[in-house]
Design a protein around this ligand. Sequence first.
Ligand SMILES: Cc1cc2nc3c(=O)[nH]c(=O)nc-3n(C[C@H](O)[C@H](O)[C@H](O)COP(=O)(O)O)c2cc1C
Length: 210
Amino acid sequence: MKKYKKINSKPGPMLYPLPAVLVSCASGDEDNLITIGWTGIINTTPPMTYVSVRKERHSHHLIKESGEFVINLANVDMVKALDYCGVRSGRHEDKFETAGLTRVPADIVAAPMVAESPVSIECKVVEIKEYPSHDMFIAEIVACHVAEDYVADNGAYEFERMRLVSYNHGKYYELKSSELGFFGYSIMKPKTAKRRRQQQKTKKEKKYRK
Ligand SMILES: Cc1cc2nc3c(=O)[nH]c(=O)nc-3n(C[C@H](O)[C@H](O)[C@H](O)COP(=O)(O)O)c2cc1C
């Protein structure tokens, strides 16, 4: 592994790469889409997430009033729409229309899901933390929807095939599916590694035979 000599940079939000997501929200008769980079997971059980939104965004009051939103993960086909929803406000336009995206009713929250997104996550706000630039909407994940195209026969979710987008210092990138390892592989016993390799080989052969 290379050892780097680093320069001291001024403090900034440099935690990259990030998942850039499309958040849908609604209040009353109105709905909207906003691109969000400041998001993440904060708890496993119950599953909890957050989105940090500036007060001046049109979406801010929709999320605040309804206490609900949907996080829609973005794939490569959505990247132009993702950028568009992050540079144009929905105050005077219907971004679903202009960005060419389709509303689908969610199960629990009133905000619509985005049909073109491979994964939509319904969220209910439990707390709002006000920070100098952004308000952090802390929320419980109340439902998840995964595109059938990415659910294997055994029910496994094939995230590696979704061609999801990440945001890295001002640019969008496709998350490539060249696996480097998996959770816990650094401490795996050689016997388990061998068994896993064998399982993957069988899986590939099965797929080839289909
Ligand atoms: C990649 C990207 C990430 C963004 N992340 C955030 C964010 O985390 N919070 C935020 O308030 N605005 C963020 N924005 C800006 C809003 O998406 C943008 O101001 C949008 O036009 C607001 O829409 P609205 O006024 O319809 O709510 C981001 C924009 C882009 C392009």
